[in-house]
Design a protein around this ligand. Structure first.
Ligand code: HPA
Length: 278
């Protein structure tokens, strides 16, 4: 029975924890970007819960973004995986995003790995490459913390200088380098969408210092930092950004490229997660 006196994230966490063995605490959460669905299949599941069953969770309307939460064990480590996210371009509210991220904190996570599919603004970083996110530019025209602050979650004014945690990033880059992969790093610029950018916008974003562009991540990172969660962000580059080649962009193309590259990221994330037991 849900307790309506609790906040939505507390209700959501209570519902989730009721489905797993007592004492289960996830070491980390992973938010899966487009095409990364297969990662959910390598987790030994303890519970798989459709978003529609979780109080306050947003049910995605976007093809390729199924909505379910997987709680389980991967590489001997307790994890929670969000397969599907809420995007502002769908009309999802800031509250919907807040509930998803704050639920992770209620579950006991201390860090969240945020993955996404992005367009690259750098010609030498192309489709199939991974980019470890070092920082972001919020170009979504919205901040998910606008409104009264919930002091029980975090402080009113949130520092964003180490939003993408230096230590986690170094650990991930080192693991990749040990595998002979020198991953790109760069600044992610989040747009609202749902349109892809114009070539003029991409030229402007490059001048602003962006290396990759996408329609997610920024709000989740802001909410995670507000709630005291550390963040590792990794983008799968699915295309060169608008105007950089002859191709016209489509969701189907980006989804298909993300699926093709998912194996590479799943492999590295597996090593990353395993390093929590070392
Ligand atoms: N722009 C915005 N979002 C994206 C892109 C892009 O080029 N590629 C994948 N998601």
């Amino acid at each position: 029975m849900l307790n309506p006196c609790l906040s939505l994230p507390a209700q959501a966490a209570a519902l989730i924890l009721a489905k797993v063995p007592q004492g289960f605490v996830p070491a980390l959460a992973i938010i899966l970007g487009s095409g990364l669905g297969p990662l959910a299949d390598v987790i030994e599941p303890l519970a798989i819960i459709p978003y529609g069953d979780i109080p306050g969770f947003h049910v995605s309307t976007v093809y390729g973004h199924s909505g379910r939460l997987i709680v389980g064990v991967w590489q001997g480590v307790n994890v929670v995986c969000l397969q599907g996210r809420a995007h502002f371009y769908e009309g999802a509210s800031a509250v919907a995003l807040q509930v998803m991220i704050r639920t992770l904190r209620h579950l006991g996570c201390e860090q969240v790995v945020i993955t996404n599919a992005s367009g690259s603004l750098r010609a030498e970083v192309g489709p199939g490459d991974l980019m470890v996110i070092t920082d972001h530019i919020n170009f979504q025209g919205i901040n998910p913390l606008v409104g009264p602050n919930d002091d029980t979650v975090g402080s009113r004014f949130v520092p964003m200088d180490n939003a993408y945690d230096r230590d986690l990033r170094t650990r991930f880059l080192q693991l990749a380098s040990d595998q002979g992969q020198n991953l790109a790093t760069g600044v992610y610029l989040g747009v609202l969408g749902p349109t892809f950018e114009t070539p003029a916008e991409i030229r402007a974003f490059r001048t602003l210092g962006a290396d990759a562009v996408g329609m997610s991540t920024v709000a989740e990172v802001i909410l995670a930092r507000h709630a005291g969660l550390k963040v590792l962000g990794v983008a799968i580059i699915t295309n060169l950004a608008a105007g950089m080649d002859e191709q016209s962009l489509s969701h189907e193309e980006t989804l298909s490229q993300a699926k093709d590259s998912a194996g590479k990221l799943i492999h590295l994330l597996g090593l990353y997660v395993a390093s929590f037991t070392a």
